[in-house]
Design a binder for this molecule. Sequence first.
Ligand SMILES: [Fe+2]
Length: 294
Amino acid sequence: MALNLIEQLSLETWNPSLEPAQQAAATDALETGRVLYLPHLRFEVKPDEQRFLSTQWSDGKSKNIYLRGRQRTLRGAAGASQDLAALSAMLERFSGQAQQLVSALFPHYVAQLDPGNTSFRPFEIEGRTSSWRKDDTRLHADAFPSNPTHGARLLRVFTNVNPHGKPRVWRVGEPFADMADRILPRARRQWPGEAALLHALHVTKRRRLAFDHYMLELHDRTKADLDYQRDMPQQRVEFPPGSTWIVFSDQVLHAVMSGAMMLEQTWMLPVSGMRRPETAPLRVLERKTGRALV
Ligand SMILES: [Fe+2]
């Protein structure tokens, strides 16, 4: 089945001034599960930063190099302190520009956005081996075992900075509600006491509420079903170097097929901060299960 989840915007700067109607249209597209694609929005890597577009700065343990949440300490990188300070500065500059972009497009969100990690993903995706559950070449909506969101949205800005002309190749899949219709009947219910136990054992950083439990079930059962991976309505998208894209990654089914050298900024947004909260995975799953999930 043909699918077009891509909404193209012709912006060329990180701090555009937009009309309220443009902002509303961008927000609606994002909230209804589309990928906002900005083919002409480039992150400028300075000449003395080109050296960072390499895997050599990885500490060899983490697959990403990142500034963590509000603490802004650099993780996953190894090198001389001067170099790491310059690398941090590049990530901070990207983070600031991504923040300007999100403020320009979705002014409605600004007061409620909670900044998460700013990351640089240097490694090639293609050919990387991992367990099926961690295999991001399979379509999935993001849900993380140790980090319950309690329904908050995962807003992400990505930009391809590959210096060799290599695109970031994604597949995007059918709408979240369609996936939930198919997969939710297979989800197991949470066991009594399960959330408290996982928290006590420090498996989760806070309690895994029913919403978080169902999101993980959907994530895992979607990835585990190879027939569904192959047959669900989907499209292939190439994001070339010098382009930027924005998604709610807890909603858009996505799979990363190939590419290397990408920058990404995450924020959390409470459902109450949305223009159309009824489109949030939390509200979709509550309608389908007939009960409150947080
Ligand atoms: Fe993902």
